[in-house]
Write a protein that binds this ligand. Structure first.
Ligand code: FRU
Length: 472
C-alpha cells in the first residue's frame, strides 16, 4: 500500500527499497562502475548506516547487489570512498590489483577505517588494524576521499573535520600522516563541512592549463536552504591545497535544493572526471513521499572547467552515455508568444532547447505539466537568472520550504539561451549554457501530469526544441 511507482526514476539509481543518502566508494574496476551509498537495509528512515552496492557497465542501468558493509563493533558505516590499488601498495592482494575502501566508523567517536575486496567488490574484509585514522578529539571527523597522487607517488586522503578539510598522505592506504588542512577561513560556513573531494581538471580542455578543484558539501547553509555543495578553484602541490580568489568568495556547484554530497568516480578509464550526488536535502529528506524506497542519485555528470567573467568555473554536463538511451525524438522550431500551445508528452525525458531571446521577459520549458500543476524551468532575462519553480509541482507536503523557486545567476551572451532539461519522474535537472549553470530539484507530480511545453511569457522569442524519451 502507498507505493509510488510513477515517481521511480528511469535513468538514475534508486534502491529497490528503504533509505539511501550519500554516494560512497564510486570507482571503475575491471569493466564495471561501482556505486556504493549510505543505506538503511532495514528501514526507510536514516539509521543502521551500511553501504548499499550497485554496479553498471554504462552508468545508466544499475544492478543492485547485496549490502557491502554493515555496522560492526567500531560503529555504523558512514560515508567514504574506494580506489583500485593497482600495484598492491596495501599488501592485501598478493601483488594483483584489488579494491580498497576507506570509510568512517561512527561509534562513540568518528574514526576512519579500511576494507578490501579481491573479488570485484562482491565481498569485503575489514582490516584488523582498524581504525587507520583514530579520532583526535574532533566531533565531526568523517567522509574520507582517497586518490593516488602521481607526482609525489603516494595516496592522498581528504577528511571533513568540522569547519575545515584535513589532508593526509600514505604509501600503503593503511598508515596515514596529516599533511595540511584547508578552509577554516574560506568559503561558506553556515553548517558543518562534509564529503570532500579533490581533483585536477584542464581549463577548456587544454591539458597545459589545469586547476585543482576542492569540493566541500555543507549542511545547513546552502543557497536554496539546507544542504548544498561548494567548490574552490586552486592548486594542489601534493601536500597543500591553495585556493584562488578572495577568502569570502563562495561558489556553489548546483543552486537547486537537491544535489548533495556528490563524489567523483575513481579510476575512470578514459580520464573523464565523472560524479553524481544524492538527490535530496537534509531539510526534508526524511519526508520524501516515495515508497518503497526513499532517496535516489542524480544522473552522472561529466565535470570540466571553463574561463568565466569571475575566473575559472566548474561546468557539468550529463554523461555522454545518457544519450544512448534516448528514443522517440520529437522536434519543433518557431516563434513562441503568450498564446502558443506547443506541447509534447513524457515523464522521463531529455529536452534540448535553444531560445533566441526576443521581447519576452521570461522564457523556458514547463515539464510535468497537467491538471496537478507544473514545474517551470525558466530564464528571467532582466534579472539574468535561471530558475526552477516548484511552487505548483504536485505533492508539496514534504516540508514548509519545499514549494519554492530556486535560481542561479546566469549571463546569456549573444542573446542565445541553451537549455538541457533532464526530467525524470520525480526530479528535474537543468543544465544551461553548456553546463555553466546547474539546478537540481525534486518534484512529485501526479501521474497524469506529463506535458512538456516551451513558453515565452509576456512577449515573443524564437525557439528550437528536441525532446527524447529516456528508455533504458
Ligand atoms: C552527509 C553525511 C556524512 C555522513 C553521512 C552519514 O550527508 O552527514 O557526513 O558520513 O551523511 O549518513
Amino acid at each position: 500500500a502507498g507505493e509510488t511507482p510513477h515517481w521511480r526514476p528511469a535513468v538514475r539509481f534508486a534502491p529497490e527499497r528503504n533509505w539511501i543518502n550519500d554516494p560512497n566508494g564510486l570507482v571503475f574496476f575491471d569493466g564495471e562502475y561501482h556505486l556504493f551509498c549510505q543505506h538503511n537495509p532495514s528501514g526507510d528512515q536514516w539509521g543502521n548506516m551500511s553501504w548499499l552496492h550497485a554496479v553498471s557497465t554504462d552508468l545508466v542501468r544499475w544492478q543492485e547487489l547485496p549490502v557491502a558493509l554493515e555496522p560492526d563493533e567500531l560503529g555504523a558505516i558512514f560515508s567514504g570512498s574506494a580506489v583500485v590499488d593497482h600495484h598492491d601498495t596495501s599488501g592485501f592482494f598478493g601483488g594483483k590489483p584489488g579494491l580498497v575502501a576507506l570509510y568512517t566508523s561512527a561509534g562513540d567517536s568518528q574514526q576512519q577505517s579500511l576494507a578490501h575486496s579481491s573479488d570485484r567488490g562482491r565481498t569485503w574484509t575489514k582490516y584488523d588494524g582498524n581504525p587507520v585514522i583514530p579520532n583526535p578529539g574532533i566531533a565531526d571527523f568523517r567522509d574520507p576521499k582517497v586518490f593516488w597522487h602521481e607526482p609525489t607517488g603516494r595516496w592522498v586522503l581528504l577528511l571533513a573535520a568540522g569547519d575545515r578539510i584535513q589532508i593526509y598522505g600514505s604509501p600503503n592506504l593503511r598508515d596515514w600522516e596529516q599533511l595540511s588542512e584547508f578552509g577554516a577561513e574560506r568559503g561558506a560556513h553556515g553548517g558543518v563541512w562534509e564529503c570532500p573531494d579533490l581533483f585536477e581538471l584542464p581549463v577548456d580542455g587544454d591539458p597545459a592549463r589545469t586547476r585543482w578543484v576542492m569540493i566541500v558539501s555543507i549542511n545547513p547553509g546552502g543557497p536554496a536552504g539546507g544542504s548544498a555543495t561548494q567548490y574552490f578553484i586552486g592548486d594542489f602541490d601534493g601536500t597543500t591545497f591553495t585556493a584562488e580568489g578572495p577568502a569570502d568568495e563562495v561558489r556553489w556547484a548546483d543552486r537547486g535544493a537537491d544535489f548533495y554530497a556528490p563524489q567523483s568516480f575513481s579510476d575512470v578509464p578514459d580520464g573523464r572526471r565523472l560524479w553524481l550526488g544524492w538527490t535530496s536535502n537534509w531539510d526534508y529528506a526524511a519526508a520524501i513521499p516515495t515508497s518503497p524506497w526513499r532517496g535516489m542519485m542524480s544522473t552522472p555528470r561529466e565535470l570540466g572547467l571553463t574561463d568565466a567573467a569571475g575566473g575559472v568555473q566548474l561546468v557539468q554536463r550529463p554523461v555522454a552515455e545518457l544519450s544512448d538511451v534516448r528514443a522517440n525524438r520529437r522536434a519543433w522550431g518557431g516563434v513562441l508568444t503568450d498564446g502558443s500551445d506547443v506541447e509534447f508528452r513524457g515523464s522521463a525525458v531529455d529536452v534540448v532547447a535553444t531560445f533566441r531571446l526576443g521581447t519576452a521577459p521570461v522564457v523556458g520549458v514547463d515539464v510535468f505539466a497537467g491538471p496537478g500543476g507544473r514545474t517551470r524551468v525558466g530564464y528571467d532575462v532582466a534579472a539574468g537568472e535561471l530558475f526552477v519553480d516548484r511552487t505548483d509541482s504536485g505533492e508539496a507536503q514534504v516540508s514548509q520550504q519545499f514549494p519554492a523557486r530556486h535560481g542561479t545567476p546566469l549571463a546569456v551572451d549573444g542573446g542565445v539561451l541553451a537549455l538541457r532539461v533532464v526530467a525524470d519522474r520525480s526530479c528535474v535537472e537543468v543544465f544551461a549554457q553548456d553546463g555553466r549553470a546547474v539546478l537540481t530539484d525534486l518534484v512529485f507530480p501526479d501521474s497524469g501530469s506529463d506535458r512538456i511545453a516551451p513558453f515565452a511569457a509576456g512577449g515573443r522569442a524564437e525557439a528550437e526544441l528536441e525532446v527524447f524519451d529516456l528508455t533504458p
